[in-house]
Design a protein around this ligand. Structure first.
Ligand code: FNR
Length: 185
């Protein structure tokens, strides 16, 4: 039987071009097991504001909403890497998640959650809030796939790759746990 490649979808909670969270997410690509396709979702800024009145049958007539849900449905696992804004999840990321509460794409989905911040607690409040939202949506979040990265600006080298050994080890542990969760799905 032919081996089917797994698809992991990365979602950055930052829209900044030089985002440290997007750089962290990109660094995970090379850690994935052979045969895994790692994609990064690019549509966060194109999603309309969530409105329950636009949800339901009509929602997917909006191209950005359809594409967002299709990318999630095609994935075997998700990695979200996000900054913390005002002790919470950035609005654009929460907006994207609100669009898939009813449609259920996160149900039983192996999901890794990372927050990264220049602050000492690594955006722990956003991580906690994001985890609560995803658990409410019945995502599968094994303990080892949850990570807060403090002092993120010191962890990334001038070429944009992660240089800190402790962070690299933690990311590798996270990737291994996520890969295991895919196999157990
Ligand atoms: C922040 N930042 C921040 N950091 C943090 O640890 N806790 C917080 O509550 C906030 N709040 C906050 C609000 C707003 C409006 C901004 C713009 C920033 C700092 C934030 O962690 C920092 O800018 C990160 O570098 C953002 O991540 P990216 O864009 O580099 O991925």
């Amino acid at each position: 039987m032919e081996h089917q490649a797994h698809i992991v979808l990365g979602i950055s909670g930052s829209l900044r071009k030089k985002s440290s969270n997007t750089l962290l997410l990109s660094s995970i690509k090379g850690m994935m097991p052979a045969g895994t396709e790692f994609r990064i979702y690019q549509g966060l800024a194109t999603l309309p504001h969530f409105n329950p009145e636009l949800d339901g049958d009509e929602a997917e007539s909006h191209e950005a909403v359809r594409e967002w849900r299709e990318q999630l449905r095609a994935a075997d696992a998700i990695v979200i890497c996000t900054p913390e804004y005002a002790r919470g999840v950035p609005g654009s990321l929460k907006n994207a998640l609100d669009w898939v509460v009813s449609s259920g794409e996160f149900m039983s989905m192996p999901t890794a959650v990372i927050s990264a911040s220049p602050h000492p607690d690594g955006g722990a409040s956003a991580l906690q809030s994001l985890t609560m939202t995803l658990k409410m949506m019945s995502a599968t979040i094994p303990e080892e796939t949850s990570l807060a990265v403090p002092f993120v600006s010191r962890m990334i080298g001038p070429n944009g790759s992660v240089t800190d050994q402790k962070t690299l080890t933690a990311l590798l542990t996270l990737v291994n746990a996520l890969s295991q969760a895919i196999l157990e799905k």
